[in-house]
Design a protein around this ligand. Sequence first.
Ligand SMILES: *Cc1c(COP(=O)(O)O)cnc(C)c1O
Length: 304
Amino acid sequence: MSVKQLKAELRLPSPISPVTPSWPGSEALSIAVKRDDLIHPRISGNKWRKLKYALEGAERQGVKQIVSFGGGHSNHLHALSFACHQLGIRLEAIVRGQYQNNLTSTLLDMRAWGAQLHFVTKVEYQRRTDAGYLNRLKAEFPQAAIIPEGGSQQLALKGVAELLAEQPLDFEHIVLPVGSGGTLAGLMTGLVHRPDIQVHGIGVLKGQGYLEDSVEQLIGEHAHSPNWRIHHGFHHGGYAKRSKQLEQFCRDFAQQTGIALEPVYSGKCFWAVKQLMAENVFAHGSRILMLHTGGLPDTRRNPN
Ligand SMILES: *Cc1c(COP(=O)(O)O)cnc(C)c1O
């Protein structure tokens, strides 16, 4: 199928739903969720936005092979595998860790969609952005386009920024999870003329300093926009680390609002909103948009 046909299957624009969670202080605010989790059951949330222009470019240039990177549970590789399968592109997935005898559900889906899995050690994986390493990959896969981890590259920013133009942006605050920073960087490039909107990234891993640098590098000349910051107190011990309380929070939120969360990204992000609210970070009467970036495992799994 073509990218155009693939796009016809996506739910875009994604809706914005008002929510009224029973959090202390929430009655004084107006809270809504941008439902990017509903865009597609497999090409989940922000991953479609980040990949859109890369996939269109690949189609235009007749690229039939893509190399990309991720862990054994990577939502990016999962989304990209499905898209490549649909578009007739061969995916060479460089996977961090030795999973060959112990494939995760993500890797099983990817294999079912025809992705070629290349398992590398953590040490090799650390070299994924080194020029020398990338040159070696280019020599090994000379016809391929290389997409960085998380799909976070310059080309991703425009696709992310488009989400801001889908509805009137009647908010003082936007809150979103931050993994590699591509989504936050994309939003900031789209908000250059909106100094009235504060953007709060919620770090989902221990990344103080490193995450800010990644965002600044991606947004380049807009780096010094004062309207964004990353909150580092909500990672719950690190990437994919969770607590009983966080799991309970996700269940409670789903029960109160009908919106499912997962504990790796959206759960930590929405939990943070509840805590920031308790710390009076949001002025009385503020309108807050929480970006649900997707990533729900049970909706993304390959049914076969
Ligand atoms: C990948 C991912 C993120 C992180 O986005 P970045 O652009 O890497 O910061 C957030 N939420 C979900 C559900 C994701 O899969």
